[in-house]
Design a protein around this ligand. Sequence first.
Ligand SMILES: *Cc1c(COP(=O)(O)O)cnc(C)c1O
Length: 402
Amino acid sequence: MTSTEQHKGQETAFAVNAKGYYGKFGGAYIPEMLHPNVEELQQNYLQIIHQADFQEEFQNLLKNYVGRPTPLYYATRLSEKYKTNIYLKREDLCHTGAHKVNNTIGQILLAKRLGKHKIVAETGAGQHGVATATVCALMGLECIVYMGEIDIQRQAPNVARMKMLGAEVRPATSGSKTLKDATNEALRHWINNPVDTHYIIGSVVGPHPYPDMVARFQSIISEEIRSQLLEKTGKENPDYVIACVGGGSNAAGAFYHFLDELDVKLIAAEAGGHGIHSGMSAATTFLGKPGVLHGSKSILMQTEDGQVVEPQSISAGLDYPGIGPLHAHLWDSGRAKFYAITDEESIEAGFELTKLEGIIPAIESAHALSVLKYLNAEANETVVVNLSGRGDKDLATYMKYL
Ligand SMILES: *Cc1c(COP(=O)(O)O)cnc(C)c1O
């Protein structure tokens, strides 16, 4: 089901403004102590990103280290099943197995140009921690990753990867001992180490300029989709782009160059968990209200008195109580349509893709695939699904359903 009924459909501008807002959402709601760090970034990020030597190094690493451009694959049997033309954007083939590395490469190059030689990051399931530890090893920078104590127990393989890559994994022992607590600890660490440390945030969340910065680094996804579609079909624009939304970075990257192309329908898949009315869900646009979390105003799941509600999803990457401010605005304006996909539906879609195409998707990405059955796309239409990551990390979960 969708949360379309709440759409107002008025705003038509989707770029961030100078203060870091997308419509009503965004900004930089941060403690006084963080102002110097965040302001340094705000004042420098665009100028650095646009420098020729930055772009040269970034593009070179995307090509030769990450393996870009990732294929845009015409999924023949999946297309037959849904009686339309389905292309998969294969972010699962990126080095480290997901799109997250596009962002961590961009941010570490930025950190170096700001003269920072230490990196701090937060991680939930460990995917962003691994992507950060990877680029720190690549660049020889010190890396500290905060991770909830409970997540450290649940995600042992990723903890091992981070350690092998040379990162120090520090347990967050406060609160629920999960992602939001790790984020709080990482922010505290940054406050105490403002001069030599850059904080690499893993999605289009956090205070301005993070949402815009991360979206720009991930926008390579839709840049490639456009040129690959043109080559394959003679048209740059698909009819639909579908992506899953945790914080929203792979969706932001897949949507970016289509935001102002109003003939392209943008579709976001949120984690419905056990169902939106089950009390065990992470479907933010269905259950959330406006509020401030991790430095920006967005929509988040909260109690009557504003306490953050623990989200619940089978996929660790979608288990976040909010969405980035760009997505809050896309939802509020009606530019994007949001679906809540249950755990069961995502597993079904994961098995379906595996059987029809020989591709095991991350369970996060399987949420996006699950939207295909609701779409009713026409036989002459083109649908792009962003396959954000591969499913190797999820085998233990899939096995329970075999
Ligand atoms: C982390 C992750 C996500 C969710 O993060 P976004 O910022 O919403 O993209 C989705 N898919 C995979 C494979 C991930 O690792």
